[in-house]
Design a protein around this ligand. Structure first.
Ligand SMILES: Nc1ncnc2c1ncn2[C@@H]1O[C@H](COP(=O)(O)OP(=O)(O)OP(=O)(O)O)[C@@H](O)[C@H]1O
Length: 277
């Protein structure tokens, strides 16, 4: 056991971490501390290893080099309180599982068991998580019939029901309209403010969450930069990372990145300026 008091420990600590698949290095020499209550945005083009980093923290992906700790413990063990919002896929329309059951899955592996006390405690926690995301009206309906925004609120509830110290979000705003993007970002921000939960938020688009973000981790081509949004999201830093001229424009409190897509010849844009407004 570590003798460092819990309040002095970062929520997430990464040291000298490297991950490669075949000849392709996703990132190497990654050092990162994320403090309790901190909101870290993880940005980078397609395939830069953002989701893989979350999987390493979840203990689903091994780390060939370096170490990772969540609240002082190795990932994958017992007693970790990690909430996870996986990359959004619309749930199958035929899925008859109800919202309450989907949220309850977030308690699987928790310690209060299946006795009467366990069942009533579980029900209470699920109801509280559903209240917190404002999903009471549809929580008993089959999830396959709900809209993308409603499903996403329930996924947020599922990620919060276990009272996480660390919340890992993999593009939780994908395919949501602006109103739902705002609602889901506010729920996540509220959680870290009220419970000191560290948030690691993978996204292609920083603008919808810019007002919440404390720091950015930007991954490109095996390299990375970490810092406050202004320290990372500027022309000089991104040009260095991409190895070509990138223009970062700040307009009306938003950040627009030009040139990054063509620098990598990607199929998909990763900063969709038109949607930012
Ligand atoms: N288990 C694995 N085996 C081999 N290659 C993998 C494995 N997991 C991921 N990769 C590859 O590693 C790269 C990074 O994947 P990852 O999903 O982490 O990227 P990402 O930054 O989240 O991308 P996107 O923005 O497209 O979601 C991809 O090229 C992917 O195909």
């Amino acid at each position: 056991m570590s003798s460092v008091p819990a309040e002095a420990r970062p929520a997430v600590r990464v040291r000298g971490a490297s991950l490669a698949f075949g000849a392709r290095t996703l990132w190497s020499g990654l050092d990162l501390d994320v403090e309790p209550g901190e909101f870290l945005a993880i940005l980078g083009p397609n395939g830069s290893g953002k989701s893989s980093l979350l999987k390493v923290l979840l203990g689903q992906q091994g780390l060939p080099e370096g170490t990772v700790e969540i609240a002082g413990r190795r990932p994958g063990g017992q007693n970790r309180r990690i909430g996870y919002i996986p990359q959004q896929r619309a749930l199958d329309e035929g899925l008859t599982m109800r919202g309450v059951d989907l949220v309850g899955l977030g308690l699987d592996g928790h310690r209060w068991g299946t006795g009467l006390f366990g069942i009533s405690k579980r029900r209470q926690l699920v109801a509280r998580a559903i209240d917190a995301v404002g999903a009471q009206a549809y929580a008993k309906r089959p999830v396959g019939r709900l809209s993308g925004g409603e499903q996403q609120r329930l996924r947020v509830a599922q990620s919060l029901v276990g009272d996480p110290e660390v919340l890992l979000c993999d593009e939780p705003l994908l395919s949501l309209d602006l109103a739902h993007q705002r609602a889901v970002s506010e729920l996540i921000d509220e959680r870290r403010r009220s419970a000191d939960t560290a948030v690691l938020f993978v996204t292609h688009e920083i603008n919808p969450i810019l007002s919440y973000v404390d720091r950015v981790l930007y991954l490109v081509n095996g390299q990375f930069r970490v810092g406050k949004p202004d320290e990372v999201m500027n022309s000089e830093t991104l040009s260095e990372l991409y190895g070509t001229r990138i223009e970062v424009l700040k307009v009306g409190g938003q950040i627009h990145v030009a040139g990054a897509q063509s620098a990598l010849c990607e199929d998909e844009p990763h900063h969709i300026d038109e949607q930012a407004g």
